[in-house]
Each structure stands twice: as structure tokens, then as C-alpha cells.
Design a protein around this ligand. Structure first.
Ligand SMILES: O=C(O)CCC(=O)C(=O)O
Length: 271
């Protein structure tokens, strides 16, 4: 649970860093489980790349129907122009998502042992719903950039309620593509929504035309086990990982079930 000082800090900055949120045992459980899931995954069954540049953000059926599944998305640079893998399978995955918190016994047990819903309530969510989980790899040398974005763009409710819980499974720093954020930027209006288009596929709806403020991003360098709580309107980013160290993280997003979940959000889940 958070102290009143931590809650004030979150409200002021739009994010909060909480050290030692996950134990070494819990981190290892998640990382070892991911390895087993990847071993069991047949890469010939899908070539879905998670393109981290927002304009090209993956919107194939495999991605769009992953809200209540456990699916595997490749790093863009893991597959060459001829469709051949440039790295071994374990090093090719950008992320696993988006429902392992419900469907996988090990993820579920670890996540349910954390007081994420209670913290969500402290931060204003009345009826917390764990909507989406992601195991993010930021693979050595090829880990893709994640463009500056606000999470409510992708998980939209009325009123807006999304909060991201991002946990470093390994040390995250400038070398391997740690998170970066505009401190206090959660007061910036939501720029756009990513949604299902009536004609099929997905589209962005522009909500606010103004440019991002000309402010430097703050580096959120953290040790393994640290939680970073991200307000749904906080602009955040991570650079490519050009180092030879991975930067694994686990994230889960809460929304308030008392708020209206948009029918045209890309993520639709039946669980
Ligand atoms: O892990 C990253 O590099 C980005 C994660 C992110 O932006 C998110 O979970 O919203």
C-alpha cells in the first residue's frame, strides 16, 4: 500500500517509483515462466510483429484478438526482409500478452499476490479491473523503441481511469532502454485514441491537435524489482535497446469497472 507522501508524489508527477515491489523469487518465477512459454510457442504459427512506432502499431487479427489470450509478438528486427529469423527464438520476442494474468497459473499466482488493486483504489479507481498484462523483453541489440504515448490512448474509458503498473524484472537504465517520462505530463490532454475502425482494422482518432510540450523527458532508471506506476495520461517512452543486456519488464493495466469501457477499444476481452 502507498503512503500519503507517495500518493501526493503520484498526483504531482503523474508517476511513482516504488522500490522492491517484486521479490527476487517472484521476478525469477515470471522470467522462467516466460522462457517455458516461449519454448512451447511454435514461431511458424505467427509472424506478428509488435511495431513500436505508433503509426504502424500492429493491428493484425492475431494482435487484435489477443485481449483474452496469451500471444507472442516478435521484435521488428528479429525477422529479416525475406522472413528469416535473425536471432534465436528466445531472443526474438518483443512481448507476450495480453491475458496471462488470468490464463497462466504462475503469472496469475504472482500477480494476485501483489496489492495492485488496493493501490489502484488508493489512486482513485473504485472498482479495479486487471485488463491487460504484458511481459516486455526489450531484447539485447534489437529491442524496439516505444514511441511517446499516453496509455489511455489504447485503453479508453469514460471517464478516463487507466493506470499502468510497470515492474522492472531486470535493471533498467539508459543503456538498455529504461522508461522515460514527462514529469507532471499527466495534466496534458489526451492526444488521441487508438480504436477499431468501422471499416475494419484500427485507426487513431485525434482528440487534441497541440504538439507535445518541448520538455526533456526524465530517465526512470530503476533496479530490478522496482514498480513504476504510470497515470493513464502520462506521456512516456522507451528508446531502442542497443546494448547487449535485455531489459525485461512486466506490466499490468487497471481500469475502473465503474467507468464505461469503450466498445471500440482495440482490446476486447471475454474473461
Ligand atoms: O516497457 C516499455 O518499454 C514500454 C512500456 C509501456 O509504454 C507501457 O507499458 O505502457
Amino acid at each position: 500500500m502507498l503512503t500519503s507522501t507517495q500518493i501526493s508524489s503520484y498526483n504531482k508527477n503523474g508517476y511513482l517509483v516504488v522500490k522492491d515491489f517484486l521479490s527476487d523469487t517472484q521476478r525469477k518465477l515470471l522470467m522462467e515462466r516466460a522462457e517455458v512459454l516461449i519454448d512451447d510457442f511454435d514461431p511458424s504459427s505467427s509472424h506478428s510483429i509488435f511495431t513500436t512506432n505508433e503509426q504502424e502499431r500492429s493491428s493484425d487479427d492475431y494482435f487484435l484478438s489477443s485481449g483474452d489470450q496469451i500471444r507472442f509478438f516478435f521484435e521488428e528486427k528479429a525477422i529479416d526482409s525475406k522472413g528469416n529469423f535473425t536471432v534465436p527464438k528466445q531472443k526474438s520476442i518483443n512481448k507476450i500478452g495480453h491475458a496471462q494474468h488470468e490464463l497462466d497459473p504462475i503469472y496469475k499466482k504472482v500477480i494476485n499476490s501483489l496489492d495492485i488493486p488496493e493501490i489502484g483504489k488508493q489512486l482513485g479507481i473504485q472498482k479495479p479491473r486487471k485488463l491487460q498484462s504484458m511481459h516486455i523483453f526489450k531484447q539485447p541489440n534489437i529491442g524496439g523503441e516505444v514511441g511517446l504515448h499516453q496509455d489511455s490512448t489504447f485503453l479508453y474509458t469514460s471517464p478516463k481511469s487507466c493506470i499502468g503498473f510497470w515492474v522492472a524484472l531486470e535493471d533498467a537504465n539508459i543503456e538498455n532502454g529504461c522508461l522515460q517520462a514527462i514529469t507532471g505530463g499527466h495534466t496534458i490532454p489526451l492526444k488521441k485514441r487508438f480504436k477499431l475502425a468501422k471499416s475494419g482494422g484500427t485507426e487513431f482518432e485525434i482528440l487534441d491537435e497541440s504538439p507535445w510540450p518541448n520538455t526533456a523527458l526524465d530517465l526512470l532508471e530503476v533496479k530490478a524489482g522496482t514498480l513504476i506506476i504510470l497515470h493513464g495520461q502520462l506521456p512516456h517512452y522507451s528508446a531502442e535497446n542497443t546494448s547487449n543486456k535485455s531489459r525485461q519488464a512486466f506490466s499490468i493495466h487497471l481500469v475502473d469497472d465503474n467507468c464505461h469501457y469503450a466498445e471500440d477499444n482495440w482490446l476486447q476481452s471475454s474473461i
